[in-house]
Design a binder for this molecule. Structure first.
Ligand SMILES: Nc1nc2c(c(=O)[nH]1)N[C@H]1C(S)=C(S)[C@@H](COP(=O)(O)OP(=O)(O)OC[C@H]3O[C@@H](n4cnc5c(=O)[nH]c(N)nc54)[C@H](O)[C@@H]3O)O[C@H]1N2
Ligand SMILES: Nc1nc2c(c(=O)[nH]1)N[C@H]1C(S)=C(S)[C@@H](COP(=O)(O)OP(=O)(O)OC[C@H]3O[C@@H](n4cnc5c(=O)[nH]c(N)nc54)[C@H](O)[C@@H]3O)O[C@H]1N2
Ligand SMILES: [Mo]
Length: 797
């Protein structure tokens, strides 16, 4: 199996490649099922051309548990110990109690990942300068010995707060994986500095609970079958997979007659597939549109006064918290009673670019077409004042009384969950100190200077900066964090972070910064359970389809060996293998959570378990049905349109007590727009999961790495479609090919996030890695990542 030529032969099989292109050819045509022709999928019967199914053992597994919001069925066809092809769920659309879990192009490409000749094959140690990319093969014994001794040395010298396990989502939705293994090892040896929050909905996760008391503000997707009007606000589920079955429900909702509106700077695949109307908008200005919609709704008395009176704090002067002036109410703000500025559609149009007449129209439609669901994506909260976006959506849902109702939607972060399994692998970190995950580079540089104002919790002061990093199945060290040029400089200095361990399956931009580099397994080479994001009512068995290739190893087994070196093996494994963890999870899920969950053998045979429910889950139904018995989890027990807790922070300019438009740094009103006149956003691409799959050739053919630019902006700069351009600002510069298209709002450029940072000899990226251009300045309240707030200029290369 280690023979490169065998692998190449296998992968260059012409028929298979053609077959793949047949599947992926439609990816450019934005159709409903994730860019893959729905009709084609529906019409498709198990195709038998390449490998005869009867010759192979078909093992049902799931695609990688990296941080895609979906989890799909992958059938690995195994012959003589090799995966010879993959196929997916062939169930037809229609039965929504067990929606089909068909893989997209990425899952279908997974065999190429498995047998990619560029897989990391052996443990290695750095021999050149850090980041230079020079490594030497070492034995597992040496790798394990080095990790054990550095964990101890750095812990002894600097204390446990010097040790950090970086945010990394390459193995995030299963029972074990490198991050948890590293955390357990460190917990058993004194502990480590914690992080809170994530890069996905970081601003929302902190902001939404100020309104509703929780981030579980969503409803199950079957509730959409009852909606008359659906606003997908910066959400693109045709491409950005939130949950595999989501689109099935949207299709059905549309068939049921729901009108669907998409608000996005780009005319997305979702807009094409689902929308009755696309509302283009300038990034960072969504709250201006929200404010004006609120203004129209209140001014025209379309608001649900009874709902606001009963369930909410802060709508009008009669419902303010004690000690706060009536003039601070939401209504007063919208009508401009205090600041003299009515938040009219004309006011908003000048900021966000949406025509005033259109604003009036959608405000009226949203308020009158009940029940209406306003569902928010997360890109618009990955902005400098992203907290306002999340609370602003919730505000509109409350104004119209769409909360807690079947077919409505509470907006906000939008998590929900009613299907769970037991996670048997656990640890307890004796260290309580924690930082917001986005501020890890600050904790490397100036950890000891961080305070509560930086979001430091669990301690007043850190005793040390970060000195050791475990980066397990993540590309956050370099690629996915903001301001790559700043981070590379920081990490190159090995007197700052003294020891970095990376586990990955490829030599990624982050892997190049390892001191010890570990070759991980793919999902096909280990046992696990694939859990979809909390929006899915199912789980998929992750069966081991073949033994690990080369010298690749599960991180769990590696850390068990490290623990052994430190005399802690038994405490680490508790006598269990990864297969034992899967079995225990199944058994305990049956016992503790879901009695009709299948047995281990049955689950393994079926591959998938769908949790079944009699009725949709409706966010906040309990509270709306009986507020006395089920108060909201806010300080007042009601929905806090005005938050006294935020008010008391006394930073009204950046952290207002009601959600409102705040003119953003590096937004369209920032004077530096004269120097860098284009707003640059990024999005989650259909052919990658973040940076995962970026090196996959077939996927690049299916959807290329290129920047979207409006013809008006291109013409001004003498740029034509296909030209190579340089995109730059004060943080750096990248090169990328351009797609000139009216599908993006003038004044905005869009680059799919996740391309691998690929510097030339002068350090200039040649692949279009957007984080060269993003900023490490955190959001005001959550201290989260504003990676979509950027101003740039573009010129022909
Ligand atoms: N500009 C910009 N930046 C962003 C975002 C954005 O929208 N714009 N989005 C942010 C968001 S929401 C997120 S969640 C983060 C994601 O950032 P990361 O968490 O870094 O996610 P990935 O880039 O997918 O990196 C996962 C790594 O794990 C490796 N991997 C995959 N499978 C396995 C496995 O089975 N075993 C091992 N050992 N390794 C594996 C992959 O090769 C890859 O290098 O990025 C954030 N960064
Ligand atoms: N195929 C695929 N699916 C994925 C992922 C992936 O990498 N690939 N990653 C997963 C992960 S970890 C996450 S967190 C989610 C991400 O989920 P989201 O954050 O919701 O997804 P994005 O693609 O970043 O953005 C959604 C849409 O918002 C638009 N947008 C950008 N800025 C603004 C703005 O200021 N205002 C408005 N109204 N719209 C804006 C973008 O053009 C895009 O179409 O996706 C998950 N699913
Ligand atoms: Mo994410």
């Amino acid at each position: 199996m280690s023979d490169k030529n065998t692998l190449k032969d296998l992968l260059s099989n012409k028929m298979q490649r053609r077959t793949f292109l047949k599947w992926s050819g439609a990816i450019g045509i934005p159709v409903i099922a994730g860019g893959i022709g729905t009709k084609m999928l529906v019409d498709h019967k198990e195709e038998t051309k390449t490998a005869k199914a009867k010759d192979t053992e078909k093992i049902i597994s799931t695609c990688s548990i990296n941080n895609c919001g979906g989890r799909c069925v992958i059938k690995a066809h195994v012959k003589d110990g090799m995966v010879v092809r993959v196929s997916t769920d062939t169930q037809e659309s229609g039965d929504l109690s067990t929606p089909p879990l068909r893989a997209c192009v990425r899952g279908r490409n997974y065999r190429n990942m498995l047998y990619d000749p560029d897989r990391l094959k052996y443990p290695m140690k750095r021999v050149g300068k850090r980041g230079e990319g020079k490594f030497k093969r070492i034995s597992w014994e040496e790798a394990i010995e080095t990790i054990a001794s550095e964990v101890k040395r750095i812990g002894d010298k600097y204390g446990p707060e010097s040790r950090y396990v970086n945010y990394a989502s390459g193995q995030s939705w299963g029972l074990h994986g490198g991050k948890n293994a590293a955390r357990k090892l460190l917990s058993l040896t004194g502990g480590f500095l914690n992080y809170r929050n994530d890069y996905s909905s970081g601003a929302g996760n902190v902001a939404t609970p100020y309104t509703y008391g929780t981030n579980n503000t969503g409803s199950s997707f079957d509730s959409l079958l009852h909606s008359k009007y659906i606003i997908l606000w910066g959400q693109n589920p045709s491409e950005m997979i939130f949950s595999t079955p989501y689109r099935e429900y949207l299709m059905q909702a549309k068939k049921n007659g729901a009108k669907i509106i998409v608000i996005d700077p780009r005319y997305t695949d979702t807009a094409i597939a689902f929308a009755d109307e696309w509302i283009p908008i300038l990034p960072t200005t969504d709250n201006a549109l929200m404010d004006a919609m609120g203004y129209v709704i209140v001014k025209e008395k379309l608001h649900d006064q009874a709902f606001l009176d009963k369930y909410c704090i802060g709508f009008d002067g009669d419902h303010m918290p004690d000690g706060v002036s009536k003039s601070e109410s939401l209504k007063s703000y919208l009508l401009g009673e205090k600041d003299g500025i009515e938040k009219t559609p004309e006011w908003a149009e000048r900021i966000c670019g949406v025509p005033a007449g259109k604003i009036r129209e959608i405000a009226r439609e949203y308020a009158k077409s009940k029940p209406a669901a306003l569902i928010q994506g997360w890109a618009a909260q990955r902005q400098a004042y992203g907290e306002q976006f999340m609370r602003g959506g919730a505000q509109l849902a409350c104004l119209t009384g769409n909360v807690g109702k079947l077919g409505g939607w509470a907006a906000g972060t939008g998590y929900w969950s009613r299907s769970d399994i037991v996670y048997p692998f656990s640890y307890e970190n004796p260290v309580k100190a924690s930082i917001p995950c986005f501020l890890w580079t600050k904790a490397v540089e100036k950890g000891t200077e961080m305070t509560a104002a930086d979001g430091l919790e669990g301690t007043d002061k850190l005793t040390t900066n970060i000195k050791l990093i475990f980066n397990m199945a993540g590309n956050m060290l370099i690629n996915q964090h903001a301001d790559i040029n700043k981070t590379t400089k920081l990490l190159e200095d090995d007197s700052k972070v003294e020891f970095i361990v990376v586990s990955d399956i490829f030599m990624t931009p982050s892997a190049r910064y390892a001191d010890i580099l570990l070759p991980g397994t793919t999902f096909f080479e280990r046992y696990d359970i694939g859990v979809p994001w909390c929006f899915g009512d199912y789980v998929v068995f992750g069966d081991k389809t073949i033994d690990p290739l080369f010298e690749c190893r599960d991180e769990y087994d590696v850390f068990a060996e490290v623990a052994d070196k430190l005399g802690l093996k038994e405490k680490f494994t508790e006598g269990k293998t990864t297969l034992d963890l899967v079995k225990e999870s199944v058994e305990r899920t049956r016992k503790e959570l879901t009695p009709d969950f299948p047995s281990f053998e049955e689950f393994r045979r079926n591959g998938v378990h769908h949790f079944k429910y009699d009725s949709p889950l409706i966010g906040f139904k309990e509270q709306i049905d009986d507020l006395k018995k089920h108060p909201f989890e806010t300080p007042s027990g009601k929905i806090e349109l005005f938050s006294k807790a935020l008010w008391d922070m006394n930073q009204q300019d950046e952290i207002p007590a009601i959600a409102k438009y705040i003119s953003s740094w590096e937004g369209p009103q920032d004077p530096i727009i004269n120097k860098f006149p284009l707003q640059l956003i990024s999005w989650h691409y259909k052919r990658r999961c973040h940076s995962t799959y970026d090196n996959q050739a077939w996927l690049e053919e299916a959807a290329k790495q290129e920047m979207w630019m409006n013809p008006k902006d291109a013409e001004k700069r003498g740029i034509k479609g296909g030209d190579r351009v340089q995109v730059y600002n004060e943080r750096g510069s990248i090169y990328i090919d351009v797609k000139v298209t009216p599908r993006i709002t003038p004044g905005v450029a869009g680059i799919p996030q996740g391309a691998w940072f690929t510097p030339d000899k002068d350090g200039l990226d040649q692949r279009g890695s957007v984080n060269v251009l993003t900023s490490q300045r955190p959001t005001a309240l959550a201290k989260s990542n504003p990676q979509l707030t950027n101003l740039v200029e573009v010129k022909k290369a």
